[in-house]
Write a protein that binds this ligand. Structure first.
Ligand code: SF4
Length: 460
C-alpha cells in the first residue's frame, strides 16, 4: 500500500465539506503565463517584437502538473481543466457550474494572489479548494490561510489520498509526500482535457530536478532530487500527443535535460519517431558531448535554452556549470553547428553588478553569435538560497509583493546600485538588445543554424 505509507498530513483540520459525493468532479485551474509589474517595463515588453512571441509561447503552455494529476484520477471521478490568465466572473461561474467536489489550483509566485482570490471566491460558495506548486511548496503556512488544503512537493504520491478525503468531504489542511515521486510510475497526462483550442506548444517532462543547485533556482530543489522518466513512459506520452496533434511542437518541461547519466540515444529515438519538433532547457556542457551533438537535431530538437547567467559574475551553486565564458561560447558554437539554435539566458543584478557591467553585457550581446537571447532580472523566488540570503541581510523590498516576482521586476536592494539605477539600466539593456537591428541579426543566425538542421533542411 504505497499510497498510505508515503503520504503525510501535518495537521488534521476542519472538514471543508461534509457532503459525500457519489459522482465527484474535480476542476483543475492553473494560473500561469507571463507577467510584468512595472508599467514602463510592461509597455516596453509589449512593443518589442523579440519578446512578444516567447511570452505568448510560455503563456499558452498547458499546465502539465495538473494534467498529470488528472491522468491519475480514477472513475467515478470526472475532470475538467480551465486555464485562464486572471480571475474573472466567467471563470468562477464556469467552475461552479461543474459542482466540483474539489478544485485543484496551481500558481507561480507572480500569480499566487490570483490563486488566493479565486479560492476565496469559491470557498464563499462552499466549494473545497487545494493549491499546489512551487510557491505553496516554499510557503505552505501562507497558502493555508487562503484555501482548504495545501499540497507540498510532488503532487502524484499524495493525489489519491487527497481525492479520497475530498470525496468524503474531509480534506486535511496540508498534504506532503514523505518521498519523491518515482518517475517509473509516471501516469499519462490527460491531454484530451485541453479540448479543441489550438496550442502553439504542447509539453511533456523527461526528467525532474537538476543535479546542480544554482543559488537563484527553486526548481532544482523544491520538488526533490534529480530523476529521469523511463523512455517507455515518454514514448507513451508522445503517442498520446500525436494522436491529438500530429507533428507537434513540444516544449520539454524539464529543468535540465541530459544532465543525468543515461545514454541519450533511447530518448532521441522516441522523440524522432514522434516526428515532433522540440525545445528544451539544457546546460552548456552538452556542447562538449559528441553523443548528444550527434543525435540532438536528428531527434527533432530545434532550439535549446542555456543559462549562461552572466559574463562577469558566477552565482553560487553552479557546480560543473561554472566555466569561463570562452569555453561556454565554444560549446554554444558546437550546438549551433549541429543545427540547433541556442537561446542564451542572462540574469542581470547579481551581486557586484554596476551600470558599467550591464553596459559590458550589452556590448557582448551586440556581437555574440547566439541565435537568441533571454534577459531577466535576478529574482529571489521563495524557497531558494538566494531568497534566504537576501532576507537574512534585510535586502528584500517589503513593498514589492509576490506579484513582482516576475523575472522582470526588481524585488531586492542591489549591493552596488540603487533600485532605480538597476531598473533603468535593465530597461535600457532590454531596449538595446531587442531593437530591430540586433533582432534581425539574431534571426539571420537562426536561419543559418537551421539550414544545417538535418530534419528542417528541406523546408528552410
Ligand atoms: S543548472 Fe538550471 S535547473 Fe540546474 S540548478 Fe542551475 S538554474 Fe536550476
Amino acid at each position: 500500500m504505497w499510497l498510505t505509507s508515503e503520504w503525510l498530513t501535518t495537521e488534521v483540520g476542519r472538514p471543508a465539506n461534509t457532503r459525500e459525493w457519489s459522482v465527484p468532479h474535480v476542476a483543475f485551474v492553473p494560473f500561469t503565463g507571463f507577467r510584468v509589474g512595472e508599467p514602463e517595463m510592461l509597455e516596453l515588453g509589449m512593443t518589442l517584437p523579440g519578446l512578444v512571441p516567447r511570452a505568448e509561447a510560455i503563456g499558452g503552455l498547458p499546465a502539465l502538473g495538473l494534467l498529470t494529476l488528472a491522468g491519475m484520477t480514477p472513475p467515478p471521478w470526472t475532470c475538467s481543466y480551465h486555464d485562464a490568465p486572471r480571475v474573472t466572473d466567467e471563470l468562477v461561474d464556469m467552475v461552479r457550474a461543474r459542482n466540483p467536489a474539489l478544485v485543484a489550483v496551481s500558481a507561480l509566485s507572480a500569480s499566487i494572489h490570483d490563486a488566493y482570490d479565486f479560492t476565496r471566491r469559491l470557498r464563499e460558495y462552499g466549494i473545497p479548494t487545494i493549491i499546489g506548486g512551487l510557491h505553496t511548496t516554499a510557503m505552505p503556512d501562507e497558502a493555508e490561510a487562503h484555501c482548504d488544503a495545501v499540497a507540498v512537493g510532488d503532487g502524484e504520491p499524495i493525489w489519491p489520498v487527497i481525492l479520497a478525503d475530498a470525496r468524503a468531504g474531509a480534506l486535511r489542511r496540508r498534504y506532503q509526500s514523505r518521498t519523491p515521486f518515482n518517475m517509473q510510475e509516471a501516469p499519462l497526462p490527460r491531454f484530451d482535457l485541453l479540448g479543441d483550442r489550438v496550442r502553439p506548444r504542447m509539453t511533456i517532462q523527461t526528467q525532474r530536478g537538476c543535479p546542480f543547485a544554482c543559488e537563484f533556482c527553486g526548481a532544482s530543489r523544491l520538488l526533490g532530487p534529480f530523476r529521469e522518466k523511463p523512455v517507455e513512459r515518454i514514448a507513451g506520452e508522445l503517442a498520446r500527443i500525436t494522436e491529438i496533434c500530429p507533428r507537434p511542437m513540444i516544449e520539454l518541461a524539464d529543468d535540465n535535460t541530459f544532465a543525468g547519466r543515461r545514454e541519450p540515444q533511447g530518448l532521441f529515438d522516441v522523440l524522432a519517431e514522434s516526428e515532433a519538433r522540440y525545445f528544451t532547457e539544457v546546460d552548456w556542457r552538452i556542447g562538449e558531448r559528441p553523443e548528444i551533438l550527434a543525435g540532438l537535431a536528428a531527434s527533432g530538437c530545434v532550439q535549446v535554452l542555456i543559462g549562461i547567467e552572466s559574463i562577469l559574475f558566477q552565482p553560487a551553486g553552479m557546480g560543473a556549470k561554472r566555466a569561463d565564458l570562452e569555453r561556454v561560447m565554444n560549446a554554444v558554437g558546437a550546438i549551433q553547428e549541429s543545427g540547433v539554435a541556442v537561446i542564451g539566458c542572462f540574469i542581470v543584478g547579481c551581486d557586484g553588478e554596476t551600470e558599467s557591467s550591464i553596459d559590458q553585457l550589452g556590448a557582448f550581446l551586440d556581437q555574440c553569435p547566439l541565435a537568441d537571447v533571454q534577459l531577466t532580472v535576478q529574482t529571489p523566488f521563495p524557497g531558494t538560497a538566494l531568497h534566504h540570503r537576501l532576507k537574512q541581510s534585510g535586502r528584500l523590498l517589503p513593498e514589492r509583493g509576490w506579484d513582482r516576482y516576475t523575472l522582470f521586476d526588481l524585488t531586492y536592494q542591489p549591493d552596488n546600485m540603487t533600485v532605480r539605477q538597476l531598473e533603468t539600466s535593465f530597461r535600457d539593456l532590454v531596449r538595446q538588445t531587442f531593437a530591430d537591428e540586433p533582432a534581425r541579426r539574431r534571426a539571420e543566425i537562426r536561419r543559418a543554424t537551421w539550414r544545417r538542421h538535418p530534419v528542417l533542411k528541406p523546408c528552410s
